[in-house]
Design a protein around this ligand. Structure first.
Ligand SMILES: [Zn+2]
Length: 355
């Protein structure tokens, strides 16, 4: 019973990670049914491949089990290889969807979710819940599987998209394998648990930065100014008072998904809710994470991100903001360039030499 609860918890955390990954896919959302198909098919295939490789290893006299220290090293590489190969075998499902860098990470995250669910089920069935370590492992391993594979998903995108990306894919596989192996070693001994915390934190940050980068590089990404000029005759909606000049006349409104912007015709400023402001920063600045916390214009001491949002004025009480389009547009473009620049400085950014 406890095991079932743990597996359900793991599934829940896995779904949360997929939701998180998908929240970066703002420019061209992937169809839900394809993600579900890759989760089921990719998950099954990756488990079969991994079992096959375990068998080969076993026939060579290497046994992978608790208490055999170095065996964990193989686990990382075998399972990452299983997920990567499974992604290739999902090609018929995803070949028409591979049109922006975020797609690779998204679909490998689905493979990882499927893989982890099946593995968890068999692992829980075969292993007695003899220690809290096993319980911890059951719960956190799904988000971990998702996070470790991210880099391979991006490398996969480059490899299928550009010739000569195969070396990068190999590098990404090695990086994912080493990370996974480290996790396996840390999670196997209670006195190494602080290491798990570090790996968790590292993997989360890694995923966050990598996905911000893929969003910033999307070919579907346009600027905020282009988005607005894409409405030749915007609908005029009543009910919004300008933050700058107080004008209460009905205003031209620009709407797409969760974005809802109004233009004040009296003073030229744009007005939107704080929620829309967050969406604008995701879409055009490629900055994600807890924006509520990061923007927080606290009395006279703007946070780091707030200081970069040039041209934006906030009314905390009414929860609306106004901005000057040109200044804010430039600030968002600068944020986007910043995301790319910062990521390309990282050692794991293997594809910086790519077009
Ligand atoms: Zn105004």
């Amino acid at each position: 019973m406890l095991k079932l609860i743990l597996i359900a918890l793991s599934f829940f955390f896995g779904l949360l990670s997929i939701r998180k990954v998908r929240s970066y896919d703002v420019h061209e959302a992937e169809p839900f049914w394809k993600m579900a198909a890759v989760t089921v098919w990719g998950g099954m295939v990756s488990v079969v491949i991994s079992l096959f490789l375990y068998n080969i290893l076993h026939s060579q006299g290497v046994s992978v089990q608790d208490g055999v220290p170095f065996s964990y090293f193989f686990v990382g590489f075998i399972e990452e290889f299983g997920k990567l190969l499974a992604l290739f075998l999902c090609w018929p499902i995803i070949k028409n969807e591979m049109d922006e860098p975020t797609d690779g990470p998204i679909y490998i995250a689905c493979v990882a979710l499927g893989f982890s669910l099946i593995e968890n089920y068999f692992y829980a069935a075969a292993t007695p819940l003899s220690s809290p370590l096993i319980a911890i492992r059951l719960v956190i391993c799904t988000p971990m599987h998702v996070a470790f594979s991210m880099i391979m998903g991006l490398a996969f995108y480059w490899a299928v998209k550009f010739e000569g990306g195969w070396g990068i894919l190999l590098g990404a596989f090695l990086a994912a394998g080493i990370y996974h192996a480290l996790y396996n070693i840390f999670v196997s001994y209670w006195y190494l648990l602080p290491g798990v915390y570090l790996v968790l934190r590292g993997a989360y940050r890694w995923m966050h930065q990598l996905l911000g980068y893929t969003t910033a590089q999307s070919p579907y990404r346009i600027t905020l100014a282009d988005f607005i000029s894409g409405f030749p005759s915007p609908e005029v909606q009543p009910g919004v008072q300008c933050l700058d000049c107080g004008d209460a006349a009905p205003k031209p409104t620009y709407e797409k998904g969760q974005i809802r912007l109004h233009q004040c015709e009296a003073c030229g400023a744009y007005v939107c809710s704080v929620k829309t402001l967050h969406q604008l920063i995701h879409h055009y600045g490629s900055v994600f994470g807890n924006l509520k916390k990061e923007i927080g214009f606290k009395a006279g001491r703007p946070k780091k991100l707030a200081a970069k949002l040039k041209g934006v004025r906030l009314n905390k009480k009414r929860k609306i903001v106004s901005f000057n389009l040109k200044t804010f547009n430039n600030a968002l473009e600068e944020l986007n360039r910043d995301v790319i620049r910062r990521t390309e400085k990282k050692w794991w950014c293997l594809w910086r030499c790519q077009p």
